[in-house]
Design a binder for this molecule. Sequence first.
Ligand code: 13P
Length: 252
Amino acid sequence: MAGEPRRPLVAGNWKMNGLMTSVSEVSKIAAGARDLAQRVELLVCPPATLIAAFAVTVRGSPLRIGGQDCHSEARGAFTGDLAAEMLKDAGASAVIVGHSERRRYHDENDTDVRAKTMAAMRAGLMTIVCIGETRAEREAGATLSRIEQQFHDSLPVAADEKSLVIAYEPVWAIGTGLIPTTADVAEVHGFLRKQLVTRYRSAGEAIRILYGGSVKPVNAKELLGTANVDGALVGGASLKAEDFLGIAATYG
Ligand code: 13P
């Protein structure tokens, strides 16, 4: 609802990391999530092979489990792919789509991302749609126009705060230790907020916008304290419970 404070979300993207032995790490995150549940929502997106085991491990805790990608179809002859419905069936309640690594290594474009977003919503998953400019686009002064294009082309016509989360991830900040200035983050997040309100009216006020790219416990306060930053999408630092909970504790 418009006017209500947005509940922060700290989401971990484990990328292609983790084995069954990682169940102990996610148990620690689940225990920490209990202490922080009043103030922040926590989500871990492991590789698909671990979704079911993690979902069982964290049952009864406020920690949610999500996927990292889904196919746009519900079933069919798509060897190696996973439908949103399958992620849900395995115990996921959310999914990341349009991550820059998917766009880069799997040639996903904005049209693909929109189809995946709609598939994830159809399956009832909270969908985290990633957008962000490359280093070349930023240097060319094309950041906002690229963001606007991705926003326009990747997102569905209808959405609300339960079905949609946006993650702003500058491609050049991912895994590099580099972060934008808080002024740059505020500019993009403010721009995204305006786009959200124009497209989704009052729901646009309630939809969360996460920042992602080299978020660590040491810089979390600065980044998460920026206007219109409603949480973080964390890569490397989400693999260790201590670091991930340290970031979430910014809201403590
Ligand atoms: P890092 O936190 O490792 O930079 O990764 C960010 C990311 O890509 C999250 O989706």
